[in-house]
Design a protein around this ligand. Structure first.
Ligand code: UGA
Length: 454
C-alpha cells in the first residue's frame, strides 16, 4: 500500500521504517529539513537500537520529504505522528496536529484516504481532525470531500529502546474508526504483522512461540481512550510499587523481593514493578496530565491518576533527602550522576529524572557531574546551561566525589571497575536510584551502599 507518515520522531520514524520493511511504499514527511537530510543519507536523528540497520534494509521502499505535495496525493493511508507536548496547564499542545490536518487537506486528491492518528491525542481529537480537514479542504478547493476520506485512531504502544521489537512483534494492535471501510484498510495494512507472514530481520528474530497478533477493532473514542488508559495504568503500577517501597523501608522489608513476590501472581504481573526514581520520558507524565485534564472537562476528578503523579514527583525529592541524611551538608559537595537518559537504550532526555535531581542539588549549593554512555552529546547540546559538568567516563564522575547516584540503569554500569571508582571518591557513598547495582559487590569494593528505598 502507499503510505504517508507525518512526523519523523520516535513513533513516526519507527512506524515508517517498519511498514517499509514489510513491503509498503512509505513517504516520511517532516518540516525539519536537517532531519530529512540525515534520513536521506541513511542516518537516523534519534538513537534507537537497530533502527539504522532496518532503515538500510527498507530503503528501496522509503522516501523522505519536507513537502506534503510529495507525500499526500498518492497515499491510501496517512499517519499523523507529530508531537503533542504538554502545555503549562497539562493539556497537550495540538498546534502540530492542526498544521498536519491543514497540510493533508490542502493535498488530498484522488481516491479514498484513511487519515490515522498515531500521535497520542486527547479523546475526541479524531472528530476534531476530521472537521479541520473537511473545512480546510472546502476552503482550499472550493468543494466538499464527500466521503473520500475517513479518520481512524491507531494508538502506539512501542517503548523507546525496544521500539522495533514492539512494532514487529506487538502484544496487540488497536485500530478504531467509526467507518467500517477505514478499519478494513488498516486491517490490510497490518496483515503481515497480524499473521506474522514477513521474514524477520536477522538481527530482530521472531520471539520463540510468538504467533498471530490479536487485533482490537473499536470505535474512534475507545481506541483513543485505550492509549491513555494503558499508559496511566503502567504509570500507576510504578507509583504503586514506589509507595510500597516507602513502607518497605520503614518496616525493614526489601521492595525488590516484595515486587517479585506480588508480580508472580499472573493477575498482577512482574513488569513495571521496578521501584526507584520513578518514571520519566515524554509519555507517562504528559498522558496522565492529559487524562486528568480531559476528565476535568467533564467535571470528573481522577484521584488515582493524580496520586500516581504526586508519588512520582516525590521520588525525585527522595534522592535529596537520602543524600542529606548521609552527608548532612550538600553545600560544596560534589555529587556524581550515572545516567542522564530517562531510561536505558535511548538518548531521549525528555522529563529525565537526572535533570530534576541535578536542579535540586545545584539549588542547594552542590556541584553536579554526570555521565551517560549514549545521551552525553545530546545533553551537552540541549542542557548546555544547566550547571551540570558533563564527563566522558564514570571514572571522571567519581573522581573525588562525595556521592555517586545511579540514575539510569544502563547495563554497563553494573560491571564498572567499582574498586577503582570507589577508591577515587572523597566519600564512598553510592545511592542506587533504581535498585539495580549489586549491593554485596559494592560493599566489598569499599562503598557505603544505600538503595533509594533502603
Ligand atoms: C511508554 C509505554 O511503555 C509504551 O507502551 C507507550 O507506547 C509509550 O510510553 C508512549 O506512549 O509513546 P516509554 O515512555 O518509551 O514507553 O518507556 P517505558 O519503558 O514505559 O518507561 C517509562 C518510564 O518508567 C522510564 O523512566 C522508566 O525508567 C520508568 N519505569 C519503568 C520504572 O520506573 N519502573 C518500571 O518498573 C518500569
Amino acid at each position: 500500500m502507499r503510505v504517508a507518515i507525518i512526523g519523523t520522531g520516535y513513533v513516526g520514524l519507527t512506524t515508517g521504517v517498519c511498514l517499509g520493511y514489510l513491503g509498503h511504499r512509505v513517504t516520511c514527511l517532516d518540516t525539519d529539513e536537517s532531519k530529512i537530510a540525515m534520513l536521506r543519507s541513511g542516518r537516523t536523528p534519534i538513537y534507537e537500537p537497530g533502527l539504522e540497520e532496518l532503515l538500510d534494509q527498507a530503503c528501496p521502499n522509503l522516501c523522505f520529504s519536507t513537502s506534503y505535495a510529495d507525500a499526500i496525493p498518492e497515499a491510501e493511508v496517512v499517519f499523523v505522528a507529530v508531537g503533542t507536548p504538554p502545555l503549562p496547564d497539562g493539556s497537550p499542545n495540538l498546534g502540530y496536529l492542526r498544521a498536519a490536518a491543514q497540510g493533508i487537506a490542502d493535498h488530498l486528491a484522488g481516491g479514498f484516504t484513511v487519515v490515522v492518528n498515531k500521535s497520542t491525542v486527547p479523546i475526541g481529537s479524531g472528530n476534531w481532525v476530521e472537521s479541520l480537514i473537511r473545512d480546510s479542504y472546502a476552503q482550499h478547493h472550493g468543494k466538499n470531500l464527500n466521503g473520500r476520506f475517513a479518520i481512524a485512531s491507531n494508538p502506539e504502544f512501542l517503548r523507546e529502546g525496544s521500539a522495533l521489537l514492539d512494532s514487529l512483534y506487538p502484544d496487540r494492535i488497536v485500530i478504531g474508526a467509526d467507518e467500517a471501510r477505514a478499519l478494513e484498510v488498516l486491517y490490510s495494512l497490518y496483515r503481515p504483522v497480524l499473521d506474522q507472514t514477513f521474514a524477520p530481520p536477522t538481527f530482530l528474530p521472531r520471539p520463540d512461540g510468538y504467533a498471530a497478533v490479536p487485533l482490537i477493532s473499536t470505535d474512534l473514542a475507545s481506541a483513543e481512550l485505550i492509549k491513555y488508559a494503558a499508559n496511566a495504568f503502567l504509570a500507576l503500577k510504578i507509583s504503586y510499587i514506589n509507595e510500597i517501597g516507602r513502607l518497605a523501608e520503614k518496616v525493614g522489608a526489601d521492595v525488590t523481593l516484595v515486587a517479585k513476590g506480588i508480580g508472580l501472581d499472573a493477575r498482577i504481573g512482574t513488569r513495571f514493578l521496578q521501584a526507584g526514581l520513578g518514571w520519566g520520558g515524554s509519555c507517562f507524565g504528559k498522558d496522565t496530565a492529559a487524562l486528568i485534564s480531559t476528565a476535568a472537562e467533564y467535571s470528573l476528578p481522577m484521584p488515582i491518576v493524580a496520586a500516581a503523579r504526586e508519588i512520582n514527583s516525590a521520588q525525585r525529592v527522595r534522592v535529596i533527602e537520602k543524600l542529606l541524611a548521609e552527608l548532612k551538608i550538600l553545600k560544596g559537595r560534589t555529587i556524581g550522576l550515572l545516567g542522564l537518559a530517562f531510561k536505558p537504550n535511548t538518548d531521549d532526555l525528555r522529563e529525565a529524572p537526572a535533570f530534576d535531581v541535578a536542579r535540586q542539588l545545584i539549588a542547594r549549593g552542590a556541584n553536579v557531574r554526570a555521565h551517560d554512555p549514549i545521551a552525553l552529546e545530546r545533553a551537552r547540546h540541549e542542557y548546555a546551561d544547566c550547571g551540570i559538568a558533563f564527563c566522558e567516563s564514570p571514572a571522571d564522575v567519581a573522581d573525588s566525589a562525595d556521592a555517586l547516584v545511579l540514575v539510569t540503569e544502563w547495563p554497563e554500569y553494573r560491571d564498572l571497575d567499582w574498586e577503582d571508582l570507589v577508591g577515587g571518591m572523597r566519600t564512598r557513598l553510592i545511592l542506587d536510584g533504581r535498585h539495580f547495582l549489586d549491593r554485596s559487590r559494592l560493599t566489598r569494593a569499599g562503598a557505603h551502599y544505600v538503595g533509594i528505598m533502603g
